[in-house]
Every structure is written in structure tokens, then in C-alpha cells.
Design a protein around this ligand. Structure first.
Ligand code: HMG
Ligand code: MG
Length: 300
């Protein structure tokens, strides 16, 4: 299969990257991060989530973040919404694209959103209906696509069923989440082959956490399978509060470097995205998780 000529990077740093941070981060710093990412040429940015603040306190200020960012034409600014209440809050904040999130593992579904997989899917139906009325696109996530922190190995057929259901209910794109970063290139290819049998590959995305350092290899394997959308996190920030020990998504800077080398266009400026990564790392008081960023800094 031919590699894609353009890849859409979905920047999830402001959401997946920051949601697990223990210390509160100022709304102004989150706004600056999103604005820096917009300036770097990212065309799709997940800005925050409208979830219970008891479950994920760091995302409580998402409406303020949406109110403060400078929205550039042509860029999608999206938010996670687990239920109808979250969807309404997102609409009130002027969000124009939302994402619902399900899991391929029952245990993870319970821990993350306090309901079974089937219950979660039925909760999404009113979101889909309301989104249609508002003219808002809905993206779907399937967590634990390559393994579960509670159940271990996950059968790709289980992932396929949830991905198919989300696609059938109207999600325009299904992001396959390696929540705990255990996947390998071979498992990734098998997953895409199985899920791709029910959901067209142009409607699939890869969401690789880099816990075992396999994310870039998994992206390369996905490119070979014709996948052209990848979720990445600036400076490799993050993790899921309900997947202890899982590290952040693959660093955006590292993916841009990979894709530049392959001659695959992203619209993202590497120097500018590295600048955004250094700025947020400084706010958090740590070094960037991006190897490319470290190499660029060392070069001076
Ligand atoms: P619940 O406790 O079953 O829900 O939580 P509930 O309806 O009984 O409500 C409990 C409380 O939350 C009530 O408040 C509600 O009002 C409030 P109280 O009466 O106790 O004061 N509430 C809300 N508040 C604000 N916004 C809302 C909302 N809904 C209820 N939308 C619920 C169910 C889904 C709400 C909860 O489990 C939750 O918020 N979970 C979010 C978990 C989360 O955000 N996880 C991280 C994102 S997913 C992820 O990282 C994976 C991903 O990156 C892909 C991958 O890597 O695999 C996407
Ligand atoms: Mg994630």
C-alpha cells in the first residue's frame, strides 16, 4: 500500500498531555500553549475536555481556555465530551468539534467513565443527535486498542466491534488508542487489518502512547497500512489518569521529524513546534520528552 502524501496531526497535548498533571496549570498558560500550537501550523488541536472535575480536575477550566484562545481559520479546536452534559457545556463554550471516548476493554471502561462499553455507546447516541443538529463533527476514540492496564492483551476483534459501532453511529473518524503504549509494529498492522475490514482506513487514526518507546515504529507501520492521521502530544506530555504508569503520546516534534524525512507533508513547522514544546516544558518545570527537541536545542 502506498504511504500517504499528507498526514493530519491531531495535537492532543493540551488535553491528553495536561490532563494528568497534578499541579494546577494556569488557564493563561494553557491558552498560550494552544496559541503556540496554532502558530506552528497544527491543523487540529484537542484543547480540553468537558468531563467531571472530580474525575479529572486539571480539565476543569476548559471553557475558559476555549474563551481565551485565538482561533485561526482552518484549524479545528476540539474537546472531549463523555455525555450529554459535557456536550452542552462544550456547545456553550463555542466548541466546533467534539470527541466521544469508548474502550475495547470492560474494565477500562468502568474505571475511566464508570459504565460498561454498551452503556457508553448508548450515552453517545444523544450526543450524536445533538451534534447533528448543531452541525458539529464527532470523533470517536477506542481505548485499549493494543492492550489494557487491567485485562492485558485485547483481541483486535473486540476493538473492531467498538470502532465499527462508533463509525456506524456517525463518528467521522475513529482513533485507535494504545492507551498504555504496549503495542508493537506487528500488532499494529494486525489491528489495522482487522479494524480496517469494517471501518474504511481513511476514517481511522492512530493514537500511540510511547510507554515502551514503540510509538514511532507503530506510526511507521500504520503509514504502511495507509493510515494518514496520528494523535501526538507536544513534548511527549501526558498520560491517562486511569492508566497508571502509562506515559504520554508520542512527541509531536518527533513525528514531524519522521514525516519530514519521509517527504510526507504535515503543514507543521518543526522549529516552531519545538519552540511550543520548550515553552510548555518550562512551565511544567521539566525537560521536553521529545528527542528531536533535545537534539535541536543541543545543536543551538
Ligand atoms: P459518574 O460519576 O458515573 O457520572 O461519572 P454521574 O452522571 O453520576 O455524575 C457524577 C458527578 O459528575 C455529578 O456531580 C455530575 O453532575 C458530574 P455531583 O452531583 O457529584 O457534584 N458530571 C459532570 N460534570 C462536568 N461535566 C460533565 C459531567 N458529567 C457528570 N460532563 C463521567 C461519569 C463520564 C462523568 C466521569 O466518569 C468522567 O468525567 N470521566 C472522565 C474520564 C476522563 O476524562 N478520562 C481521561 C480521558 S480519556 C483518555 O485519556 C483516553 C484517550 O486519550 C485515548 C487513549 O489513550 O486510549 C482518549
Ligand atoms: Mg490517550
Amino acid at each position: 500500500m502506498n504511504m500517504p502524501s499528507h498526514v493530519r496531526i491531531v495535537e492532543v497535548g493540551p488535553r491528553d498531555g495536561l490532563q494528568n498533571e497534578r499541579n494546577p496549570i494556569e488557564v493563561s498558560q494553557k491558552i498560550r500553549l494552544v496559541d503556540d500550537l496554532s502558530a506552528a501550523g497544527l491543523e487540529h488541536i484537542e484543547v480540553g475536555s468537558f468531563v467531571s472535575p472530580k474525575w479529572v480536575p486539571q480539565m476543569a477550566g476548559s471553557a475558559e481556555v476555549f474563551a481565551g484562545i485565538g482561533r485561526k481559520p482552518g484549524i479545528t479546536y476540539a474537546a472531549l465530551t463523555p455525555n450529554r452534559r459535557g456536550f452542552e457545556a462544550a456547545m456553550a463554550a463555542g466548541v466546533t468539534e467534539v470527541a466521544v471516548f469508548a474502550a475495547a476493554s470492560e474494565s477500562f471502561s468502568q474505571r475511566n467513565i464508570n459504565c460498561s462499553i454498551a452503556e457508553s455507546l448508548s450515552r453517545f447516541v444523544p450526543i450524536m443527535d445533538a451534534a447533528r443538529l448543531h452541525g458539529v463533527r464527532v470523533r470517536g476514540y477506542v481505548s485499549c486498542a493494543l492492550g489494557c492496564p487491567y485485562e492485558g492483551m485485547i483481541d483486535p476483534e473486540q476493538v473492531m466491534v467498538v470502532a465499527r459501532d462508533l463509525y456506524t453511529m456517525g463518528c467521522y473518524e475513529i482513533s485507535l488508542g494504545d492507551t498504555i503504549g504496549v503495542g508493537t509494529a506487528s500488532a499494529t498492522r494486525t489491528l489495522i487489518e482487522v479494524v480496517g475490514g469494517k471501518v474504511p482506513r481513511e476514517h481511522l487514526a492512530g493514537h500511540f502512547h510511547d510507554t515502551y518507546g514503540q510509538a514511532l515504529a507503530n506510526i511507521y507501520a500504520s503509514l504502511q497500512e495507509g493510515i494518514a492521521v496520528f494523535d501526538c502530544s507536544i513534548a511527549g506530555l501526558g498520560g491517562c489518569p486511569y492508566a497508571t504508569g502509562a506515559s504520554g503520546n508520542v512527541a509531536t516534534e518527533d513525528v514531524v521529524y519522521l514525516l519530514n524525512g519521509l517527504g510526507i507533508e504535515t503543514g507543521v513547522d518543526l522549529e516552531q513546534v519545538a519552540y511550543a514544546g520548550r515553552a510548555i516544558s518550562q512551565v511544567l518545570g521539566r525537560t521536553s520528552g521529545s528527542k528531536v527537541s533535545a537534539a535541536l536545542s543541543a545543536r543551538g
